[in-house]
Design a protein. Structure first.
Length: 187
């Protein structure tokens, strides 16, 4: 990833990558295979990392720079919490379980709605309110945060600074160790 990408470019790239995984998952709907489980795990890993980075840097920037940004940030964080609960539900399910595919589709609906709102409302407002340099600096922070972020949903973890910035790297380390030991998210 180009170090000079601004925060909006970084996050839109994430959105497109998740959408591509959703499309692959949709093609597997109804199957009970390991491929579906692994792909669902990859989706959760990417969504959690993305959400944590947004909560650490994007939403505080919206609060600071965008008129009405506090309300927008609160709304987006609420949507993250809903999706995180859905991801937690999905974690305990296998593709052969009756609730697996309905839960996958609920998550896709929640995330697609969230992406439409961010790209249609928040991102244009942020681009208008911030300088290009501020957006690039935010992009660098978001990219770094994603590398240290948890990879599993933690619905009871704090989702606003400063607590989320203090706890996320530790949870991320534990999650990555668990993933390495279990093979989670690997084909």
């Amino acid at each position: 990833m180009n170090a000079q990408q601004d925060v909006i470019d970084v996050l839109v790239t994430d959105h497109r990558e998740v959408e591509e995984m959703f499309t692959r998952l949709e093609a597997l709907t109804g199957t009970g295979g390991e491929e579906a489980k692994t792909l669902a795990e990859k989706v959760v890993i990417e969504l959690v990392r993305h959400s944590v980075a947004e909560e650490e840097y994007l939403y505080p920037a919206a609060r600071e720079h965008v008129p009405g940004g506090g309300e927008v940030a609160d709304h987006e964080i609420k949507e993250h919490a809903e999706a995180e609960r859905t991801m937690k539900d999905l974690e305990r399910l296998e593709p052969g379980d009756a609730e697996f595919w309905p839960t996958v589709h609920r998550l896709m609906d929640e995330i697609r709605h969230h992406i439409r709102e961010e790209e249609g409302d928040l991102f244009p407002k942020l681009r208008q309110a911030c300088t290009p340099q501020q957006l690039v600096e935010l992009g660098e922070k978001v990219t770094r945060a994603k590398k240290l972020a948890p990879t599993r949903p933690h619905p009871s973890a704090p989702d606003t600074p400063p607590a989320n910035k203090l706890l996320a790297p530790g949870a991320g380390l534990v999650d990555r160790l668990r993933d390495a030991l279990t093979g989670r998210g690997r084909s």
